[in-house]
Design a protein around this ligand. Structure first.
Ligand code: ADP
Length: 261
């Protein structure tokens, strides 16, 4: 018997299954989110890669922006609770979880059990989110997975002064056409996002240890820039994009036990 967590985000769909001993039994990630074929594709990929059958799944908990669209789930839980729970499961000493996804930033203070102490979110603007970075990666023609390597080659981050994605996009194009190096522009983009995230984190207050979850944590340039702005070392899970799905799977495991005992 396994327990499935499904995280349907704005940019990506993530599935994690755990067994009764909390070992990972299956995983899939498709970089397409709610309202797309991503959900169906991620579910299919999950069954194919794990070999798990539908009748072996005891409980399904769904989370994420698109959670209400997934009719197969037994229950829904907010992504704030799932990221908190998933991260503290992976590293119990974490007390602040910063989740940067495709369309929002969340700063969550957590207790030793992964419960929420307080949280704050950005407004509905793309600045400081994965979406901002995705737009800039297209303008620069650098794949999202290579931004970290470009950032590592920078000798001086260029200041991107516009926070609005549309204006920042024009600014990046103009910096490109003035002959600035791509690594320095990439480092400037990361610095701009990191400042935005740090501003939110300082407003909420942070306690050590601080962890970064969500797809943007896969970008080593963003991790470097954020550590510099926060002046903290940041804990990064091995597979940061699935932290919310893992939290959902843990809730599924517990919900199943509660309902069947
Ligand atoms: P959501 O839950 O909102 O769908 P995720 O936590 O899945 O968001 O993160 C999506 C973001 O992760 C994308 O906007 C993208 O910027 C970033 N991302 C995805 N894959 C990579 C990668 N290989 N390297 C760097 N960043 C990535």
């Amino acid at each position: 018997m396994v327990f499935l967590g499904v995280d349907i985000g704005s940019s990506a769909t993530k599935l994690i299954a755990i067994d009764k001993d909390y070992n990972i039994a299956g995983r899939s990630v498709v970089q397409l989110g709610t309202g797309t074929a991503g959900v169906e594709r991620a579910v299919q990929q999950f069954y194919e890669s794990s070999g798990i059958r539908r009748d072996e799944i005891g409980w399904i908990t769904v989370t994420g922006y698109g959670r209400s669209q997934f009719g197969e789930a037994n229950n829904q839980i907010s992504e704030i609770s799932c990221h908190a729970r998933g991260m503290v499961f992976l590293k119990p000493s974490v007390r602040t979880v910063i989740d940067i996804g495709g369309q929002d930033i969340k700063v969550i203070k957590v207790d030793a059990k992964g419960g929420i102490v307080s949280f704050t979110m950005n407004d509905k603007c793309a600045a400081g989110t994965g979406r901002f970075i995705d737009v800039m990666s297209k303008v620069l023609d650098v794949p999202i997975g290579e931004l970290g390597d470009y950032d590592a080659k920078s000798d001086a981050a260029l200041t991107i002064s516009n926070t609005c994605t549309v204006f920042a996009e024009s600014e990046v194009i103009s910096k490109l056409s003035s002959g600035n190096s791509i690594p320095n522009i990439v480092a400037g983009i990361h610095q701009s996002v990191a400042r935005r995230v740090a501003g939110l984190a300082f407003r909420n207050g942070m306690e050590k240890e601080v962890a970064l979850t969500g797809g943007v944590a896969r970008n080593s340039g963003m991790v470097r820039a954020l550590s510099k702005e926060l002046k903290y070392d940041i804990v990064i899970p091995d597979d940061p994009q699935v932290t919310g799905a893992l939290g959902a799977a843990i809730f599924a495991r517990e919900k199943f036990s509660a309902e069947t005992t």
